[in-house]
Ligand binder design. Sequence first.
Ligand code: DQA
Length: 152
Amino acid sequence: MAKTNARKILVLSGPNLNLLGQRQPEIYGTDSLEDHMRRVDDAAKQFGLETQKVSAQSAAELVTAIHSARGSCDAIIINPGALTHFAWSLHDALASFSGPIIEVHLSNPATRETWRHESVVAPVASGTIAGFGADSYVFAVHAVAALLAKKK
Ligand code: DQA
């Protein structure tokens, strides 16, 4: 495949998101992670952006992917799943990344159990998009495109 100069988004999915579509559909909907990633790709294509996707069940794997993105990706979209609420290693890894970072949630954690109200990722994210179901990911791609356009 020909090498392009297109800007690249690393799209990270944390634990249990591989079960989207089967897991608590009344909260997370019936679309699979693959369905969401297809929509991310479609949206990214509209802006001439490339994507690289990593779905991981542990903070360690996500931290490794973030380290690899330093110098090779221009932005990060991350749904850290439950790691959102306590994984300070993710916070520190994301703090080492210099491009736009969008935190995404399908549900709105602020309206759920109190342990979901804190995000340790939010302080190092450019912004958070939560509560829009499948559209959350699409909005995140739009946010990345807007932020990268300002950095030209
Ligand atoms: C989630 C919200 C988290 O609180 C939860 O642990 C998830 C999914 C969301 O996309 O709504 O696994 O990140």
